[in-house]
Design a protein around this ligand. Sequence first.
Ligand SMILES: NC(=O)c1ccc[n+]([C@@H]2O[C@H](COP(=O)([O-])OP(=O)(O)OC[C@H]3O[C@@H](n4cnc5c(N)ncnc54)[C@H](O)[C@@H]3O)[C@@H](O)[C@H]2O)c1
Length: 439
Amino acid sequence: MNSEKQPIEKILKKGALIGIIGMGYVGLPLVLRFCEEDFRVLGFDIDSKKVATLKKGKSYLKSILSSRISRFIRNGRLDVTDDFSRLHKPDCILICVPTPLTEKMEPDLQYIEKTAEAIRRNLRKGQLIVLESTTYPGTTEELLLPKLESTGLKVGKDFFLAFSPEREDPGNKRFMTHQIPKVVAGVTPSCQKVVTTLYRQIIQKVVPVSSTRVAELTKLLENIYRSVNIALVNELKMLTDRMGIDIWEVIEAASTKPFGFSPFYPGPGMGGHCIPIDPYYLSWKAREYDFTTRFIFLAGEINVHVPYYVVAKVQDALNGRGKSVKGAKILILGVAYKKDVDDARESPALAIMDLLRKKGAVLFYHDPYIPALPSFRKYSFQLKSSPLTERLLRRIDAAVVVTDHSIDYRRIAKLVPLLIDTRNVTKGMERYKKKIVKA
Ligand SMILES: NC(=O)c1ccc[n+]([C@@H]2O[C@H](COP(=O)([O-])OP(=O)(O)OC[C@H]3O[C@@H](n4cnc5c(N)ncnc54)[C@H](O)[C@@H]3O)[C@@H](O)[C@H]2O)c1
């Protein structure tokens, strides 16, 4: 009998137990997708607080309602644990742990390494292991494979190993997890068959590719493409500002071309835990091939500079009103890294706030999704979100739109003395033109 036949039959009959490691922005939606398709799921996380919250049927992510979780906890389809000795139980194990950078901007693989070790200790025949975390080409075969085969079990025969990059886009209401095509690659043809069968149960379109390295690089290409194009429009925005041309109007006009142009929009700098980070996974790997990824570095350089540009615009605007940043009351509108999400990791708001604080500004912020600012890798602010009362809006010297959350900007424009707009939320507000500065 083919080694893959049994696991495939178990998956098709929905008898396979699915183990998901890392209950974060990526892992949790996957958990729910499998539960929705009648699979039993065992979630793993090292964070015992998250485990306890999930076990109570509660969510800690704004994009996921508690009711979606509690339903499956109650009917017993979902269990969550921090006991990694239970890793021998699932038939399929999906790894969704973080892949950040070290201080020196190099891949920090400690989370994948720790997870791989926990799986190795519990690996049994018939299991499928899939890495979902974003990483450089080669991670699955160079890091995971030797570790798992050190048990004496053979890939493609005793166990199955694959890579499938995650394309989760938190806050995106247009595309749900099952509607986003999923690229998959197995280490061997048997691994490919098992992993393709698994994802076909929960995703409408599965896209098999020829190797795990292709699948790993696919995800990086997607993020590098965004990083480079965002840098391009950010650079052009700084030029068009000098030229007295509105970059937003230019992009809108260029977007009427029905082919060969995809719009990207400028902003306050690049944020999130993917686009500013993932490209460096490839730069690092490229060094092994005596290769310098110049586009990646150039894009990084430009995007890192944008918060400085925004702060200079704030400074100039205040100066134009006879004020200095020192002592000015500045309200930051939105600290999340993008619209309508509750995640401030790597948000350019933090860099902007840090620069303004160093210049002596008195800071306030408002973010309907982030009631208090936690501490971050580089920054720490002891601030809570201020309600947008008329008193506050009239009292401040300037407001800076950093994240274009869905709030009433017309009211803000009406009440504040100065509005710095990095997101074009004031488009069409001719009435308040004199106090609006695009940055
Ligand atoms: N968030 C996104 O939009 C997104 C999109 C595509 C890809 N990714 C990638 O997916 C991966 C996960 O990202 P995320 O945003 O879900 O991260 P996250 O920080 O939201 O979640 C990761 C979870 O893993 C847990 N964890 C850490 N180490 C662990 C370990 N050794 N064992 C078990 N659990 C552990 C953490 O406690 C946390 O709950 C990363 O590689 C990221 O680049 C994220």
